[in-house]
Design a protein around this ligand. Structure first.
Ligand code: SF4
Length: 363
């Protein structure tokens, strides 16, 4: 297949690096379009209680039909259009993205996308790690250089309680080791902390990854989707997580890598590595949010907590040219004013409509 070359919006773009447009595309709150998250499947082999509780996502649940999913070629074409609009980073998510067959082929297409100065996209992927051991080498060889693994506990019983399918933690820990050996860097591990479930796993996780290249991040439990029975009294605030860590391990804050980085960075003062907290509840980061999401069936959503999206698949499948699709994305981003995390706890705030599910749009 021909490599995809991103042709930015007219004007002198010869030396444009990915994500470095002279005039970035800004939304209604002045935030630039920078990050694209692509959900390549709504299916998952886990039933994490805060995302796809078993009682809802049982055997009868209707997942997206394959013919309704974007093909790899359609995804790559859209990613190329987004790159021409200033996207610098693409993250593949799901459901569980590694369940999508031949996913490494898509990684290859995305790694082929070049900006006028020859630079490429910053490609990343988030996985539950269940089949990472089998896929790591092919993904790396296809052009993926960094990976994030969701791991909510070190204790096997707690881990199996969280994924609710009895999947053993040892397989994922082994896959993380292997990903490091293959050459992924960084390898990040994300743990969602839910009170009454796994707050006792904070220190064991820190102990396990201390002194390794793995960057461990703790995520405040969010009300993504509508199925988890989320309640504020199940949140462990990041400040408490940091306190818990500091009670045993001296850590100090680090500068952000770039504006709008979602994780607040810390490091062990003895050089034992980096830890992060992602505080969508207690320290919302909407003011610098530069993320747009593409669903498995080709809709774009301006926010993880959106209730409506815009269908790009129908534009593609009705034969619209790139310029028409590009203009539709620009118009959509211009009208974006989402800041759900800043509003969610405000008494007077009422969200219209039903939020999209996390397994459908990815974290
Ligand atoms: S709540 Fe929405 S707007 Fe705010 S940071 Fe998350 S995705 Fe961005």
């Amino acid at each position: 297949m021909e490599p995809f070359n991103a042709k930015p919006i007219p004007g002198d773009t010869s030396a444009v690096q990915c994500g470095q447009l002279q005039s970035p595309i800004l939304d209604a709150l002045g935030r630039p379009l920078r990050d694209l998250r692509i959900s390549v499947t709504d299916r998952c082999n886990f039933r994490c209680t805060y995302c796809m509780p078993k009682q809802v996502f049982g055997s009868g649940f209707q997942f997206i039909r394959h013919q309704d999913m974007l093909s790899f070629e359609e995804i790559a074409r859209l990613a190329s259009i987004f790159t021409s609009l200033g996207i610098a980073k693409v993250r593949l998510t799901g459901g569980e993205p590694l369940l999508r067959r031949h996913i490494e082929r898509l990684v290859g297409y995305l790694a082929d996308i070049k900006c006028p100065d020859g630079s490429g996209l910053d490609l990343a992927l988030t996985t539950n790690g269940s089949v990472l051991r089998q896929k790591a080498k092919a993904l790396f060889d296809a052009g993926l250089k960094r990976i994030t693994v969701s791991l909510d506990a070190l204790d096997n019983d707690t881990y199996m309680k969280m994924n609710d399918v009895g999947f053993p933690v040892s397989i994922v820990l082994d896959a993380i080791e292997y990903a490091l050996a293959v050459g992924f860097s960084p390898v990040k591990v994300n743990a969602v902390i839910r009170k009454g479930y796994n707050e006792g796993q904070i220190l064991p996780l820190v102990a396990h990854f201390k002194g390794t290249p793995v960057i461990l991040r703790f995520i405040e439990y969010m009300d993504a989707g509508t199925r988890s029975g989320w309640h504020t009294d199940q949140i462990v605030p990041s400040a408490r997580i940091i306190e818990t860590i500091q009670s045993k391990y001296p850590i100090e804050p680090l500068e952000a890598n770039y504006p709008g980085e979602t994780a607040e960075r810390w490091r062990h003062t003895d050089g034992g590595g980096e830890i992060g907290v992602i505080s969508s509840i207690t320290q919302p980061f909407c003011s610098a949010c530069s993320r747009i999401r593409l669903s498995t069936d080709g809709k774009i959503y301006p926010c993880l907590f959106s209730t409506t999206g815009f269908d790009l698949r129908q534009l593609i499948r009705s034969g619209q040219p790139d310029d028409t699709i590009r203009q539709a994305v620009v118009d959509y981003w211009h009208s974006r004013a989402d800041r759900y995390s800043e509003l969610r706890l405000k008494k007077e705030y009422q969200q219209d409509g039903q939020r999209i599910e996390m397994h459908y749009i990815g974290g």
